[in-house]
Design a protein around this ligand. Structure first.
Ligand SMILES: Cc1cc2nc3c(=O)[nH]c(=O)nc-3n(C[C@H](O)[C@H](O)[C@H](O)COP(=O)(O)O)c2cc1C
Length: 738
């Protein structure tokens, strides 16, 4: 029985990088269309805007971050509910449903949502609609879209409201086939089943979006300063001398394939347009004076955004066989950023200038890109509660918006594809776009847009008759996110300075990707490196003459500034008790935080030599001893000075004398199984794993299960429980990224 016979319900979100927020806003919008009255709040406003215990009907969208932790904005909310003193009927008035967002590459998939769901029922709350778990690894929409579709009837029936649209799909527009594709029709099509697609894999450390590059997914998904990337790829992308990126439609897109469905497709509801744009040709505007992203908060920021001076940029690897790894040192003396070894911080990077210009050209507004514009709301728009996104200044330029505010790499969401349908003239292209955003086309969307991580520019290049206006993209493209990187220094060694390392992400044109590109942030930093007077890298080319980094030509490194901020909720720290033994596992750039740990320990030992310090083992891995063994000298010197008790290094692609030679970190875990189990069981060692979540972190987890099972002669299931307990006790910590 509904408790409140009204159309109001509370809609709450807890979001780290913005997805849960965007989805809850989408839910709010759809709720209005259903004549419901959502009251939308961030969970951080608990006890200010809402009290959960007083509510009767709540919908929650919440992501998981860190190592299974709540987003920063939800930590107070979660803390309140965790209190052991709460009575078992504390939430007895509450009826709820919950949408958890996560990524199944992480061990604690949707942990925050799942834990909350459990806690709600412990406190007497009841579900009025089943919970769902959106998985970034396969595409959030796979679970999210059907969950939203089913929400309305449950919500209305709970609220005792008539469900007038009961018999039709309430969120979908049903269309029948508009055209059929003849076999000789050369249709831009993203469905070549014969072509094994060279997708951008998350193993290569793309963030949630392929463009991303942080070594951390910690932010996204992130690159712990350590972005991994595609193989070396075609370096011509940046050597183009034209002002546009080199476009090429891959063969698979040109092939025609039969339409997905001859009958009908259910399309997402068309979002009404609401932004109007006026050119103020008479006004001058200096975009350098505009506040970055309109001074809009970054949810994970623990400090203000400040400009850090680049004091050094180095290439750590320079061998075609391996990824290009770079190290950057920043002077953070005046930034207000304080950090511990193991922390990460965020870099705010711009989009690539050449890519922005090409997109603006494709949109037909390149001539006006530097003209002052005024954004406003279309009078009489059907959009409910329309507003200009907070991170876009109402007065600026198109170049500014597309360079610094909008994410132009993230694969376009279905809502955008749906809107693009209306701007497409060719009937077969129209049909294909309809298919790709339809319910029936879910798999195709994942396969041909999400997995190869097509950008909006790729879509427009593939669907040449699609001519959207620029306002439509401002309405639909998401906010450009910051990129998190793990610090690889200790403040004890270099107060006021921090270093981070990352792999330059190279993404080649293939599988619908129409131009070569680099990771947004790593490509930007690499350009800086190439443009500094001491490091002109002619092999890379300079790219477009209008490139923003041309401004950097001949500058000294110390004149380079990059916007950064410190991050909240960091937990990948050394234990307080220095006698605790440490098992550090970090192949590739995953070694970054451990370099900080070791340097930190070295200073601690110098300062307090009489203290008893625990053993430290480091398991490192890379491809070739001679090509990408990062920080070799430093690691070996830590061995010589006994800071590092054991250094186990594996080379995955070198020739080895025998097949059982360890190639990966997990091979060394197995090789030293009994010693490691002894350290963990008898000496309370803590395990730290940093690096790739997709393969390495899972294999390492399995290797630990295996050594526990073998050493203690117990079943794999029993061993698995031991590892789980270690995780719960925070003695098995991960800082991993996809
Ligand atoms: C640094 C970081 C850590 C994450 N940790 C987890 C995790 O432990 N478990 C999980 O299921 N998902 C994890 N994720 C995936 C996010 O929950 C997922 O990408 C989600 O869609 C993000 O939503 P948001 O933008 O609203 O925060 C992590 C993502 C990042 C960037």
């Amino acid at each position: 029985m509904p408790v409140v016979p009204s159309s109001r319900f509370l809609l709450l979100y807890g979001s780290q990088t913005g997805q849960a927020k965007a989805i809850s806003e989408q839910i709010a919008e759809k709720a209005y269309e259903q004549d419901l009255k959502p009251e939308l709040h961030c969970l951080s406003l608990t006890e200010k805007k809402f009290f959960l215990e007083r509510e009767t009907c709540v919908v929650i969208v919440i992501s998981t971050t860190g190592d299974g932790e709540p987003p920063d904005t939800a930590s107070k909310f979660v803390r309140r509910l965790r209190k052991k003193t709460l009575a078992s009927d504390y939430l007895s008035k509450l009826n709820y449903t919950l949408l958890g967002l996560g990524d199944s590459n992480y061990t604690n998939f949707c942990n925050c949502g799942k834990t909350l769901d459990k806690r709600f029922s412990e406190l007497g709350a009841k579900r009025f609609y089943n919970c769902a778990w959106g998985d970034d690894a396969v595409g959030l929409e796979e679970a999210v879209d059907p969950w939203i579709d089913g929400l309305w009837s449950s919500l209305k029936s709970f609220l005792q409201l008539p469900n007038i649209q009961e018999n039709i799909n309430m969120n979908a527009e049903q269309i029948t086939e508009t055209t059929s594709l003849s076999s000789d029709n050369c249709t831009p099509d993203l469905t070549d089943t014969n072509n094994s697609c060279n997708v951008v894999k998350s193993t290569e450390n793309m963030n949630t979006n392929s463009s991303s590059d942080s070594n951390h997914n910690n932010s996204s998904k992130t690159e712990n300063g350590t972005l991994q990337t595609k193989s070396d790829g075609d370096k011509n992308a940046e050597s183009s001398t034209s002002s546009s990126v080199e476009i090429e439609m891959s063969a698979n897109i040109r092939q025609s394939v039969p339409p997905l469905s001859k009958s009908s497709l259910s399309l997402p509801v068309m979002s009404p347009s609401y932004i109007k744009l006026d050119y103020l040709s008479d006004e001058d505007i200096n975009i350098d004076n505009l506040p970055r992203q309109n001074d809009c908060d970054f949810p994970s920021a623990s400090t203000c955004v400040t400009m850090a001076t680049v004091s050094d940029i180095q290439k750590l690897t320079n061998d075609k066989r391996v990824k290009k790894t770079m190290l950057v040192e920043l002077d953070i003396t005046t930034s207000g950023i304080e950090y511990y070894p193991g922390d990460s911080f965020s870099v705010i990077c711009p989009n690539d200038t050449v890519e922005v210009n090409t997109l603006l050209d494709r949109l037909g507004v390149i001539d006006k890109k530097d003209t002052c514009i005024q954004l406003g709301i279309i009078e009489g728009t059907k959009k409910k509660n329309p507003s200009i996104p907070k991170y876009i200044p109402e007065k600026c330029t198109l170049y500014y918006i597309f360079t610094t505010c909008l994410d132009i790499r993230e694969p376009p969401k279905k809502a955008l594809l749906r809107t693009l349908v209306e701007h497409t003239h060719d009937s077969s292209e129209k049909r294909r776009l309809q298919e790709l955003c339809s319910k029936q086309g879910m798999k195709d969307y994942t396969e041909y847009i999400r997995k190869p991580s097509l950008s909006i520019l790729d879509i427009l290049n593939n669907f040449t008759s699609c001519k959207p206006n620029v306002e439509c993209l401002i309405e639909h493209l998401p906010r450009l996110q910051s990129r998190p990187y793990s610090v690889c220094t200790s403040p004890l060694i270099s107060p006021g300075r921090l270093q981070f390392v990352f792999n330059v992400v190279d993404i080649t044109k293939d599988c619908g990707r129409t131009y070569d590109r680099k990771g947004v942030c790593t490509g930007w930093i690499e350009q800086m490196y190439n443009k500094t007077s001491s490091n002109v890298d002619t092999s890379q080319g300079d790219g477009d003459s209008e490139n923003i980094c041309d401004k950097l030509e001949h500058v000294k490194i110390s004149e380079l500034l990059i916007p950064v901020f410190g991050r909240t909720n960091q937990s990948f720290h050394l234990p307080d008790d220095v006698s605790t033994p440490l098992i550090l596992i970090g192949p590739g750039t995953g070694v970054a935080p451990f370099i900080g740990y070791l340097d930190h320990r070295s200073i601690q030992r110098d300062r307090e030599p009489a203290v008893s310090y625990g053993d430290i083992w480091l398991l490192y891995g890379c491809r070739h001893e001679k090509a990408d063994y990062l920080f070799r000298d430093k690691l070996e010197s830590h061995v010589s000075s006994s800071i590092l008790t054991k250094l186990l290094v594996s080379f995955s692609r070198d020739d080895h004398p025998s097949s059982d030679y360890p190639r990966y970190v997990q091979d060394n875990i197995k090789l030293y199984g009994s010693e490691l189990v002894h350290m963990i069981e008898d000496k309370n060692a803590v395990i730290y794993v940093c690096g790739d979540a997709n393969n390495m972190a899972k294999d390492v987890n399995e290797a630990f299960i295996e050594i526990f099972s073998k050493t203690k002669d117990i079943s794999l299931d029993e061993a698995r429980k031991i590892i789980l307990k270690l995780r719960l006790a925070k003695r098995y910590k991960e800082d991993v990224w996809t």
